[in-house]
Design a binder for this molecule. Structure first.
Ligand code: HEM
Length: 81
């Protein structure tokens, strides 16, 4: 979409379980990654970022610093902060 929904950090933080759906933020974008959680190559650790920013974790796990990871993330975008 050219005009994304805008969500608050507080709204994002309410989505941190598979039941409530799993949302994360990355560079101002909001992503619903619920359907990706079970496919994550790094396993359950992905839930550490649930409801918040992925940047602190991706700084630790540089495997994410690749074009194909960002392209994949883009498919889950639901809005912006
Ligand atoms: C690997 C995506 C969050 C830890 C990967 C890979 C992808 C991915 C695509 C494979 C990369 C490759 O091998 O080329 C994501 C997405 C995330 C996310 C979309 C959130 C939106 C996290 C978080 C952590 C984490 C929060 C840790 C706290 C890891 C680790 C691997 C990995 C350790 C390497 C697994 C291995 O090769 O054995 N992730 N990740 N990820 N991820 Fe994540």
């Amino acid at each position: 979409p050219s005009s994304w929904s805008v969500f608050s950090q507080e709204e994002v933080s309410r989505h941190r379980s598979l039941e409530d759906r799993v949302w994360v933020t990355f560079k101002g974008g909001v992503y619903d990654i619920t359907e990706f959680v079970s496919m994550h190559p790094g396993g359950d650790r992905i839930m550490l970022a649930a409801g918040g920013a992925v940047e602190p974790f991706w700084a630790l796990y540089a495997v994410h610093n690749q074009e194909h990871v960002l392209e994949m993330l883009a498919e889950y975008k639901v809005g912006e902060l």
